[in-house]
Design a protein around this ligand. Structure first.
Ligand SMILES: NC(=O)c1ccc[n+]([C@@H]2O[C@H](COP(=O)([O-])OP(=O)(O)OC[C@H]3O[C@@H](n4cnc5c(N)ncnc54)[C@H](OP(=O)(O)O)[C@@H]3O)[C@@H](O)[C@H]2O)c1
Length: 328
């Protein structure tokens, strides 16, 4: 089969396409013919070993995809050949075939969804769900401030926040991309380059501020968010696309009675027996079937243009998700 291989660290130009054997399945595995796989910011970080999970070289990148089950181990009872699925791997999605345990990160592809849409669902949806439901316990009519809202995990949080009944204020750096965020449900969008989100949030809430802040960006955006937060607000630390970890002033945390909540959607799911594992199996498919967190895809590439798929993400051109189509 053809697969994308990373055999040395560097920028996306290190990625190459190689012929490798189709994985052999064990008795409890399924083999999936991958239709599409999507690019996430952690994929970029893994190329330079800047992500918390550092796969050994050489490795096949890609954390999520969608496709069709083509073969099953003898002990697999819950899936059949021909089932269309969404899957998560750690990593390995950028290949024509993926092997997974049948009890692993697998979910049925919702009716009417393309492989491309399915491939772009899992990371955004699990991160948004874990953040807003498990960590922040977002309530209807609360004010939710979402940063990085034009990106993968940000747009999923806009969609889910709206579904949960919050008033959603979304930020980003480009008007055209923010127009799509507005279409995806945000009540108000703020361009960070041209407007001050702190005064806008304060103005909209009679000076109170946002109840929940969802932040995949970090840096100055997180620092300013302390001022945009209401008394008793929950601040979700989701990621650091702006460059690296941010110092949080403990006096602001104390004076405003803030809760700073770290989000590790994948790690929590790996710890068996948590609410998250159950919700992954039950609640996310239900939300997907309702059309909540249906991904918006701005870029599609064939496998041999995988480096371009990484580049559009790095250059902040993506609206929602960029996807690699395996068989085009
Ligand atoms: N905690 C978890 O469980 C979890 C799970 C998945 C991902 N993450 C993290 O969440 C973050 C976002 O991931 P993603 O896949 O959604 O990324 P993405 O699709 O690239 O979106 C990131 C957004 O961040 C904004 N941004 C601000 N400064 C940036 C910069 N210097 N470079 C690039 N983007 C910048 C961009 O919006 P504008 O261009 O509009 O400013 C962009 O839309 C990453 O840090 C990732 O590691 C965390």
């Amino acid at each position: 089969m053809r697969a994308v291989i990373c055999d040395r660290l560097g920028d996306p130009s290190v990625l190459k396409i190689q012929e490798v054997p189709i994985p052999e399945i064990g008795p409890s595995d399924v083999l999936i013919k991958v239709g599409a796989a999507s690019v996430n910011f952690p994929d970029v970080l893994m190329l330079t070993a800047d992500y918390q999970h550092k796969p050994e070289l050489p490795f096949i990148p890609g954390m999520e995809g969608a496709g069709t089950i083509t073969a099953l181990g003898a002990d697999v009872k819950n899936w059949r050949a021909g089932d269309r699925v969404i899957f998560g791997v750690r990593p390995g999605a950028f290949a024509e075939y993926v092997k997974l345990p049948s009890s692993g990160n697998l979910m049925r592809l919702p009716e009417g969804w393309s492989d491309a849409e399915g491939s772009a669902f899992r990371v955004g949806a699990t991160t948004a769900y874990h953040s807003l439901v498990h960590r922040a316990a977002l309530k209807p009519r609360e004010v939710l401030l979402v940063h990085g809202a034009s990106g993968g995990v940000g747009m999923a949080a806009v969609q889910l926040g709206k579904h949960l009944g919050a008033q959603v204020i979304a930020t980003g750096s480009d008007d055209a991309r923010l127009a799509v965020v507005r279409e995806q449900g945000a009540d108000l969008v703020v361009n960070l380059r041209t407007a001050d989100f702190v005064s806008i949030v304060k103005g909209l809430t009679d000076g109170r501020g946002a109840n929940v802040v969802y932040d995949p960006v970090g840096g100055e955006v997180l620092e300013k968010s302390m001022r945009a937060a209401a008394y008793g607000a929950r601040l979700l630390v989701v990621g650091f696309t702006s460059g690296g970890p941010t110092r949080i002033m403990s006096n602001h945390v104390l004076i405003k009675g803030l809760s700073i909540l770290g989000v590790r959607a994948g790690e929590t799911a790996r710890r068996a027996g948590t609410d998250f594992a159950r919700d992954y199996a039950v609640e996310l498919p239900r939300l997907a079937a309702l059309g909540v967190m249906r991904p918006h895809i701005s870029h599609r590439f064939p496998m041999d243009r995988v480096a371009d798929a990484f580049r559009v993400l790095i250059e902040r051109k993506v609206i929602g998700k960029a996807v690699i189509l395996m068989s085009s």
